[in-house]
Design a protein around this ligand. Structure first.
Ligand code: GLU
Length: 373
């Protein structure tokens, strides 16, 4: 079981407020955090990328603002998040700096993972941060996220981030150790589910029955997260966060529930590009470029002979050969106006033509799926 964690290239770990902030006092669980930082440093030293999705801003901010302990209005929760996020980011930065690790704060909204342009920007920033060896610490941008555009729970935010960066493992650290067939608080013999191969209606029903007030998002949002993550090609695990060094505990076979990925992250992403997105335009490429694409190469501006339609950077376009046959679909790095200006140009000429240094590829191979069989 633990191999799914130890062999992952990139791990996304979600830490819930109940793990990070003491419920009684509203104070940061410093001893836990210090131990967890050592756990992260150990995983990182093994060569794995780590991205953290941390809740706790609202819980910390409420304490500072002396908001009552009961339900608060949405705008009060947002105000609390604005205050608490500073302390939260600082705590992570300090805890990981003790191991020589650099922390980057990234605040996202639902829209940032849905709108393709913002999605592409967030994705390349996160990938760059990982390439530079730092640890992104992500939270929802609660200040600007109103009711309709909120995730509201970091379980789903973490799952979306997992798909966005093609991480291969998502760890949800929770106040419960996994999925039970019924509510373990009411039924001491509730059956524990240690592995889920497919999220069937039966699994959904278990989530409903296992109690919805456990953890910030409850079991139902955890199953929603599992669906997003496994569809995106990642394995997901729900495990108890409260133990010191929970990642180590999972590696050692702690009681937890694994949800198995449906495909590899790269295959899942290509499936999404090829099947789920409607092309907003099309580009025609020459024979040399068509040949390069079949060999798994990126599409360079030099191979593009025509650009049709209006689209923006990050949109999905159909790529056709000169006989009009579709050969691929991909997320294009330039909007249609700029794409027209740089067609047939060498990558080195892009800056002179456009006045800014764009990407060398018109469509990067990671953003492209071949559609001609
Ligand atoms: N973004 C919220 C916070 O930092 C937490 C959301 C959640 O707990 O899932 O307090």
């Amino acid at each position: 079981m633990s191999a799914k964690l130890t062999s992952a290239r990139t791990l996304v770990v979600k830490i819930g407020s109940s793990t990070l902030v003491d419920a009684a006092t509203g104070a940061l669980a410093r001893a836990w955090l210090a131990a967890f930082a050592a756990d992260v440093a150990r995983v990182k030293a093994r060569g794995q990328n780590v991205v953290l999705v941390s809740s706790g801003a609202i819980a910390l901010g409420r304490r500072t603002l002396k908001l009552n302990t009961g339900a608060v209005k949405l705008e009060e929760a947002q105000a609390a998040a604005a205050v608490g996020q500073i302390g939260l980011a600082h705590a992570w930065s300090e805890a990981l700096a003790a191991h020589g690790l650099t922390v980057a704060q990234v605040l996202l909204t639902l829209g940032d993972t849905e709108n393709r342009r913002r999605y592409l920007n967030a994705r390349s920033t996160l990938k760059t941060l990982l390439a530079l060896g730092s640890i992104p610490v992500i939270n929802e941008n609660d200040t600007v996220a109103t009711a309709e555009i909120r995730f509201g729970d970091n379980d789903r935010l973490a799952a979306r981030v997992t798909g966005m960066i093609e991480a291969d493992c998502l760890v949800l650290l929770s106040d419960i150790d996994g999925l039970y067939a019924s509510d373990p608080r009411r039924n001491a013999n509730a059956r524990f589910i240690s592995e889920v191969k497919a999220i069937t209606p039966e699994i959904d029903a278990m989530a409903g029955a296992s109690g919805s007030d456990m953890g910030s998002g409850g079991m139902t949002t955890k199953i929603m997260a599992a669906r997003i993550a496994t569809d995106a090609g990642a394995n997901m695990v729900i495990a108890k966060g409260a133990v010191h060094q929970p990642l180590h505990a999972i590696e050692q076979g702690a009681h937890c529930t694994w949800f198995l990925a449906s495909a590899s992250p790269a295959a899942a992403r290509k499936r999404w590009i090829a099947g789920a997105l409607k092309p907003s335009g099309q580009i025609t490429i020459d024979a040399g470029a068509a040949n390069a694409l079949t060999q798994g190469k990126s599409l360079l501006p030099a191979g593009v002979v025509a650009v049709d339609g209006m689209f923006e950077r990050g949109d999905c376009v159909a790529v056709k050969d000169q006989s009009g046959r579709e050969v691929a679909r991909g997320l294009i790095a330039y909007g249609s106006d700029d794409a027209r200006k740089i067609l047939k140009a060498k990558s080195g000429e892009i800056e002179t033509i456009l006045g800014y240094r764009g990407r060398s590829e018109m469509i990067h191979r990671d953003d492209m799926a071949l559609t001609r069989s």
